[in-house]
Ligand binder design. Structure first.
Ligand SMILES: NC(=O)c1ccc[n+]([C@@H]2O[C@H](COP(=O)([O-])OP(=O)(O)OC[C@H]3O[C@@H](n4cnc5c(N)ncnc54)[C@H](O)[C@@H]3O)[C@@H](O)[C@H]2O)c1
Ligand SMILES: CC(C)[C@H](C(=O)O)[C@@H](O)C(=O)O
Ligand SMILES: [Mg+2]
Length: 371
């Protein structure tokens, strides 16, 4: 029975609602399995700008560094859209990723059978989809210098720089191969090597790393083709590894294979300290405060925390089982409405999952899997 310190950074918009849900579920895990989880709250994003005048206050960073893991909601919203660059909520998110060295962002994409009709794609195309996008998170065009706006000879310009060091590519590609070794043994490295120098280096490094994993197949795919293949034949993928911005875009696209952006969790693994867990989606200003958001992406992110940061496999399975059970019973938040079922609020979905965690027995899971 362990003690775990979790830093909770709800952020903005639905980040607050879905994080509250994930904390409820973690508390249920604590009760059911006899662990002590301590939750300590910090500001990030727009909420931090309003409270402390900066999107990532020093004390938030300190809290995270002193914790065993970080649970984050989402940042951003129209209230801060007109702010200068250093006072944008998204700056806080990029800063925490850089400061905690969260270089490997794992975004599993799974289609639950009962949600196949929630996807705009044909059910038989998405049923059985199960792959992971490994997104490089602390390099590339998000961080390269120079970046910013300039006026030269009276002309207004803006620049962003896509820069990768060899070692940054090496460590993320190695992460992808390690992951693939425990799965279907296939890595698809996505780049734009027909145009970008950074992608040509990426491809070379991927080839070098592949030599250390002779049991894993490596294929290269150009990003525009990858965007199309995700819709045409998504079951061809096992592990996709790609640079920061391509991974951002492809993962939102891939979320529609699972039925909703509200279904995709993520883990941002650190090279040196606590890792961070957050849903792939944003603060969803259009539904914020309406008790409508799907909390499952945040809850499954908490399950990833249990497994990857704390090594609590049975506990993670209990949460995943509870999510599956709630969906199998027909509960749906509004975003999943196209798959039928009964529309419930964020809170009702959380309650159901929480109860299922408290009632969880390994036998129940075995019955579900082998029935
Ligand atoms: N990790 C993050 O913190 C993160 C990620 C993406 C966007 N953002 C920020 O969020 C703000 C809004 O961005 P956006 O609208 O482009 O993207 P978004 O992901 O917030 O929302 C896109 C669409 O998906 C829906 N959606 C998202 N999550 C949902 C959920 N859990 N349940 C039901 N529906 C859900 C929204 O209602 C919206 O229609 C921006 O400020 C953006 O910068 C933050
Ligand atoms: C809010 C934004 C900076 C962020 C990103 O682009 O990384 C988001 O879209 C995400 O996917 O986490
Ligand atoms: Mg994104």
């Amino acid at each position: 029975m362990g003690n775990y310190r979790i830093a909770v950074l709800p952020g903005d918009g639905i980040g607050q609602e879905v994080t509250a849900g994930a904390v409820e579920v973690l508390k249920a895990v604590g009760v059911r399995f006899g662990h002590e989880f301590t939750f300590e709250y910090g500001w990030i994003g727009g909420a931090a700008i309003d409270e402390a005048g900066t999107p990532l206050p020093e004390e938030t960073l300190r809290l995270c560094r002193e914790s065993d893991a970080v649970l984050l909601g989402a940042v951003g919203g129209p209230k801060w859209d007109g702010n200068p660059p250093h006072l944008r909520p998204e700056k806080g998110l990029l800063a925490i990723r850089k400061q905690l060295d969260l270089y490997a962002n794992l975004r599993p994409v799974v289609c639950y059978d009962c949600l196949a009709s929630a996807s705009p794609l044909k059910p038989d195309l998405v049923q059985g989809v199960d792959f992971v996008i490994v997104r490089e998170l602390t390099g590339g065009i998000y961080f390269g210098q120079p970046s910013g706006r300039v006026v030269e000879n009276g002309e207004e310009k803006a620049v962003d720089t896509l820069l990768y060091k060899k070692e940054e590519i090496e460590r993320i590609v190695r992460m992808a191969f390690t992951l693939a070794r425990g799965r279907k043994k296939k890595v698809t490295s996505v780049d734009k090597a027909n145009v970008l120098s950074s992608s040509r280096l990426w491809r070379e490094v991927a080839e070098e790393v592949a030599e250390q994993f002779p049991d894993v197949e490596l294929e290269h795919m150009l990003v525009d083709n990858a965007a199309m293949q995700l819709i045409r034949a998504p079951k061809q993928f096992d592990v996709i590894v790609t640079e920061n911005m391509f991974g951002d875009i492809l993962s939102d696209e891939a979320s529609m294979l699972s039925g909703s952006l509200g279904m995709l969790p993520s883990a941002s693994l650190s090279a040196s300290g606590p890792s961070l867990y957050e849903p792939v989606h944003g603060s969803a200003p259009d539904i914020a405060g309406m008790n409508k958001a799907n909390p499952i992406a945040a809850i499954l992110s908490a399950a990833m925390m249990l497994r990857l940061s704390f090594g609590l496999t049975a506990e993670a399975e209990a949460v995943e089982h509870a999510v599956r059970q709630a969906l199998d019973q027909g509960l749906r938040t509004a975003d999943l409405a196209p798959s039928g079922g009964r529309i419930v609020s964020t809170n009702e979905m959380v309650e159901e999952i929480k109860t299922a965690v408290l009632d969880y027995t390994a036998i129940a899971q075995i019955m579900t899997v082998y029935a």
